[in-house]
Write a protein that binds this ligand. Sequence first.
Ligand code: GDP
Length: 389
Amino acid sequence: VRTKPHLNIGTMGHVDHGKTTLTAAITKVLAERDGTNRYVAFDRIDRAPEEIERGITITIAHVEYETPTRHYAHVDMPGHADYVKNMITGAAQLDGAVLVVSAQDGAMPQTREHVVLARRIGVEHLVVALNKADLVEDEDLLDLVELEVRELLTRYGFDGEAVPVVRVSGLRALDGDPRWTQRILHLLEAVDEHVPIPPRRLDLPFLMPIENVLTITGRGTVVTGAVEQGVLSVGDAVEVVGLGPAVASVATGLETFGKPMERAEAGDNAAVLLRGVKRGEVRRGQVVCLPGSVRPHTRFRADVHVLSAAEGGRRTPFAANYRPQFHFRTSDVVGVVTLAEGVTVVRPGEAASLTVELGQPIAMSAGLGFAMREGRLTVAAGTVREVLD
Ligand code: GDP
């Protein structure tokens, strides 16, 4: 039984600015305050195997906690070899995010990169944790960093004036320092107030991008992800679409955070047990949907923002026939780029209009955000303008 509205949030920000420490501090402060929350220690965040043993559980990088008014699933991806790749998956599902900026270092290239991606991929609401505030004694300096962060947010299309900026110290709060513990509670109040409960599109056909595929001994193949739209009930027929031929099945079980449920709806983190499907037949990057409701596509027109080096992007332009990887939701497929007529190269920092042909078909529609990447480099962030075929 759902008693509080559920939201998906996560931490973003430059490496070492304190995302994981802050995540651990949030769970600790709340667990100590009201006992209904579970403390997840720094080194236990993102432990996959024991999570999987507990049952058909949700994705590995989530911790969950409650504030007086809401239930949150919080994504943190500590120590991942490729943070951005995971962030793209996460961002597509986030209702809001905590942008962690070190008060000592200020905004860094990855800070800008994550803000650009968040904006394009659909995270509309940010709250800033100006972290490591324990290391900066000078209030004027803190004001300056705050101003700089607000300007950056405005430049990338957020309302920089309105975004809450809360000075915190994840580390000192973890140590139990009351002053800093209080600041963590302020941060959560800011999230409660500033990140609205999103409209859940329950009227549209069910769609869930697959994030993970698990095999549960004796039960079969389970796919997990965040439900993007619609409702699915136990016993409903489904289809797994994209990256190859569609696979038909029936959802014979549904769970969220290890608890069985009768139906999964938009906004839920769900695990879906698929009847008669072998593990190798379905994979991350496909979507689970109602039979016949989604046809995957390979060609589209898009508007992109090409990241500059200061945003963590390329240093050199790219030309026609460029072949980067395209990340849509949880998928990662190669595509070939065609430039607009008369355009020979696209430079870092520029906006461009492209036509793309993907190597494999995926579920998409106009307005869907994506990232273009080359190895570990984020080349561009874009939006599908028009689906071609
Ligand atoms: P992440 O890479 O963004 O997840 O950063 P981590 O949480 O791993 O923290 C990076 C380093 O910064 C670690 O050595 C932390 O102990 C330290 N750190 C994190 N938060 C704070 C803070 O609020 N104050 C201080 N002084 N150090 C911090």
